[in-house]
Design a protein around this ligand. Structure first.
Ligand code: BGC
Length: 354
């Protein structure tokens, strides 16, 4: 059903082209597609790969282990869409490709949206896993799937542990569950629930709505966190509208904002630490050898784009970690829907008509 939906949308897109469209293909030429697929894939070639596992709340068991390009191709056949997938691209890789097309100094791409991940350009020699011939450039792209990082050095709270245990993918994507947009609001809900139960944060009874998982979405948390009114009116309104908690005191509202701040500060600082990890791996984390090349990091995802406190905290942390001198060489840019554009460019590179 998922792939039929995508094929159906493609059919609608094609049908919307007019006769005079300047991008209309000459008769007999097959349309080609860059397929951004934002899940972990065992990439078998530029245009095939099998799904390793779902993340971000997707769960379609019979797809795991299947070639996602073959599935989309079958769905397109069913809908009579004559198109070939020329490139299967993770969103981080698409963002890297799109960013690099605009600016040759782009070396890293990071997605902070519903999920989180990063990709970067590595020296082929530094990849022990790779046994094939080295590309002429001497470089290859690594899709890190950093969302699945976990370590005994990454302290988890009881809120992280119960969120993970109740999720569709327990034990997986632990880093993602601490830093990405799908989960920040849910961490907030869990903390508020405990404070309501044990410290009567909202009065004598626990507001029933607070029991519903994922009722507090991250964009609502963001609206509360950015409330600059003196009486925290937005916080009051959201608590009423979403959690059906009327008449909260200013002190309670302040507490809610403070918790938002704690959750976001942790997430953004961890994301910045992840970026520093990449800079270290590619030797761009200090000025030991005099100069380092200018390094641009292409950022995409709704969390980074819209959650200002998160973005600011991430940028400040990165500067704090690398220091002022190095900060002049490292730049973060917002690459809005860079992944779609990058996938289209990669599809063009791998066109059957080249
Ligand atoms: C997926 C990655 C993807 C990231 C950002 C994660 O859940 O595993 O493949 O790049 O989300 O969309």
């Amino acid at each position: 059903a998922l792939f039929d939906f995508i094929a159906g949308e493609l059919a609608k897109f094609i049908a919307s082209e007019s006769e005079s469209d300047k991008f209309r293909l000459p008769p007999g030429r097959q349309r080609e597609l860059g397929f951004t697929f934002s899940f972990p894939v065992m990439q078998l070639s530029i245009d095939s790969g099998t799904l390793i596992r779902w993340t971000k709340g997707f769960s379609i068991d019979q797809m795991v282990g299947k070639d996602v390009v073959a599935e989309l191709t079958k769905a397109m056949d069913r809908q009579g869409v004559d198109m070939r997938v020329s490139a299967l691209v993770n969103d981080t890789v698409g963002t890297l490709a799109g960013g690099r097309y605009d600016d040759k100094d782009v070396a890293v791409a990071v997605i902070l949206g519903t999920g989180s991940n990063a990709a970067y350009v590595e020296r082929a020699q530094a990849i022990p896993k790779w046994h094939g011939p080295h590309p002429k450039s001497g470089e290859m792209v690594i899709n890190m799937e950093w969302g699945n990082f976990k370590s005994s050095h990454l302290p988890l709270t009881e809120y992280d542990n119960t969120l993970d245990a109740d999720s569709l993918n327990p034990g997986e994507q632990i880093f993602e569950k601490m830093i990405s947009g799908m989960y920040l609001g849910e961490i907030l809900r869990r903390i508020l629930y405990r404070m309501a139960s044990e410290a009567a944060l909202f009065g004598d009874t626990v507001p029933p709505k607070l029991k519903t998982q994922f009722v507090l979405r991250t964009h609502i948390m963001s609206a509360m966190h950015h409330d600059s009114s003196a009486d925290l009116k937005v916080v009051g309104d959201k608590l009423k509208e979403i959690l059906e908690i009327p008449n909260t005191s200013l002190a309670t509202r302040k507490t809610v904002v403070e918790i938002c701040n704690i959750i976001v500060t942790r997430g953004a600082r961890l994301a910045a630490a992840g970026i520093l990890g990449i800079l270290k791996k590619i030797g761009r984390d200090n000025l030991r050898d005099g100069e380092i090349p200018k390094t641009v990091i292409a950022m995409d995802g709704g969390l980074y784009e819209h959650y200002t406190e998160y973005r600011n905290c991430l940028e400040n942390t990165l500067n704090e970690l690398i220091g002022d001198k190095l900060a002049k060489h490292i730049k973060l840019i917002l690459s809005n829907d860079g992944s779609g554009i990058g996938a289209a460019l990669l599809a063009a590179c791998n066109s059957q008509y080249n």
